[in-house]
Write a protein that binds this ligand. Structure first.
Ligand code: NAP
Ligand code: MG
Length: 404
């Protein structure tokens, strides 16, 4: 059979530890036999980041802007323990942070649902995709402890030097604490567009919620920007696609999410997204079954798994011990990127291959063949636990049937 051709290169960002091993095997076993892979390769493994003084990360972000689609392997974000382990000259920043900043992107996380792994919320039969606004608020705050007897004020000095002041609190009776937060209209607008574009992409409703009844200027600004952008730029396309933009109070949103069946995108302010994404991913069963895509406001896509490099499994692998690491989210990062490449290049055979790769992966698990993490939580009766590589070979048996 002739291999599927790719018109435009896909930006490939390799990574670290166990996921780097899976990366190589996924390519060898599931991709290269079927697709003439046309990738522009960037090695974001920590050794090469050190060697290039992290330039490779910046280069890979630039390449993503150029070609529009990237697929990324999990990478180490160095901490103190990694400095001697990799002989680092600097504690390089998280590649994800660098790439997100370069693309001004929003991260969308979606669970992969399979029979036998039931969400803790039984009504969640469809995935809930969470988008987190990754700028400002409490993550870029200024905090102070305030001694009794002090008065705290907000002071804004405009470009002509005029000051406006608001009292925060008169700490006459007790010591206390204060916090200063900010956000930018431009960042909120970029977030709104990324979410509304992704809704059109997935043909799913977009929900957004804040605490605007209490925060009448700060949170209300978020609500207004979303509404203006929706009304002016998206309303017609949403109506034509039969989907909706839905705004409600955060309390109401949380209650509705729990009662829902899933199948929508939930746009969250920074803190809500941080907290809710952990709750939602846990409720769906496994971090190893969560995909993640970074979308820029102008429609650039970077696909990856939501989990890390699975360090503990890697050390076992290095000792020659058997590992049973789940490669599903990394496979779906590849299928997502190949499908998007196919859509942009108008090569439907690439999109079909991506669909079949996902189908074969889900079928494998639903037929009872799975890695250890899923084996522990699957309700299937005929389940068997396989090692990392056997799992990929089992998927390939089914994939080979599907592409025949
Ligand atoms: P992790 O790699 O996600 O792993 C945490 C634990 O979750 C693992 O030890 C394993 O549990 C389980 N797990 C995660 N993914 C799995 C998979 N695919 N299959 C089976 N089990 C899986 O998080 P971490 O240990 O906190 O971080 C390790 C490294 O990853 C760090 O250097 C961190 O900087 C990096 N990281 C990178 C990204 C990214 O690139 N996007 C994201 C997060 C973390 P058991 O050990 O109990 O089996
Ligand atoms: Mg969190």
């Amino acid at each position: 059979m002739a291999k599927i051709q790719m018109k435009t290169p896909l930006v490939e960002m390799d990574g670290d530890e166990m996921t780097r091993i899976l990366w190589k095997w996924i390519k060898e076993i599931l991709l290269e036999p079927y697709v003439d892979l046309n990738t522009e390769y960037y090695d974001l493994g920590l050794e090469y980041r050190e060697k290039t003084k992290d330039q490779v990360t910046w280069d890979s972000a630039e390449a993503t802007k150029k070609y529009g689609v990237a697929v990324k392997c999990a990478t180490i974000t160095p901490n103190a323990a990694r400095m001697p382990e990799y002989n680092l000259t600097q504690m390089w920043k998280s590649p994800n942070g660098t790439i997100r900043a370069a693309l001004d992107g929003t991260v969308f996380r979606t669970p992969i649902i399979v029979k036998g792994i039931e969400p803790y919320i039984p009504t969640w039969t469809k995935p809930i995709t969470i988008a987190r606004h990754a700028y400002g608020d409490v993550y870029k705050n200024t905090e102070m402890r305030v001694p009794q007897g002090s008065k705290a004020e907000l002071v804004v000095t405009d470009k002509d030097g005029n000051e406006s002041r608001e009292l925060i609190h008169d700490f006459a009776k007790s010591d206390g604490v204060i916090q200063g937060l900010h956000n930018l209209d431009s960042s909120i607008a970029g977030f709104a567009r990324a979410c509304l574009n992704y809704g059109l992409d997935l043909k799913q409703d977009v929900w957004f919620a804040t605490k605007d009844t209490i925060s009448k200027k700060y949170d209300h600004r978020f609500k207004d920007i979303f509404q203006e952008i929706y009304d002016n730029e998206y309303k017609e396309r949403y109506e034509a696609a039969g989907i909706e933009y839905f705004y409600t109070l955060i309390d109401d949103a949380v209650a509705r999410v729990i009662r829902s069946n899933g199948g929508y995108i939930w746009a969250c302010k920074n803190y809500d997204g941080d907290v809710m994404s952990d709750m939602v991913s846990t409720a769906y069963g496994s971090l190893a079954m969560m995909t993640s895509v970074l979308v820029s406001p102008d429609g650039i896509y970077e696909y990856e798994a939501a989990h890390g490099t699975v360090q503990r499994h890697y050390y076992k692998y290095l000792k020659g011990e058997e590992t049973s690491t789940n490669s599903v989210a990394t496979i779906f990062a590849w299928s997502g990127a190949l499908r998007k490449r196919g859509e942009l290049d108008k090569t439907p055979e690439l999109c079909e291959f991506a669909d079949k790769l996902e189908k074969a992966t889900i079928q494998t698990i639903e037929e009872g063949v799975m890695t250890g993490d899923l084996y522990l939580i699957s309700k299937l009766e005929n389940k068997v636990k396989v090692d990392s590589k056997t799992f990929l070979e089992e998927i390939n048996k089914r994939l080979a049937e599907l592409v025949k």
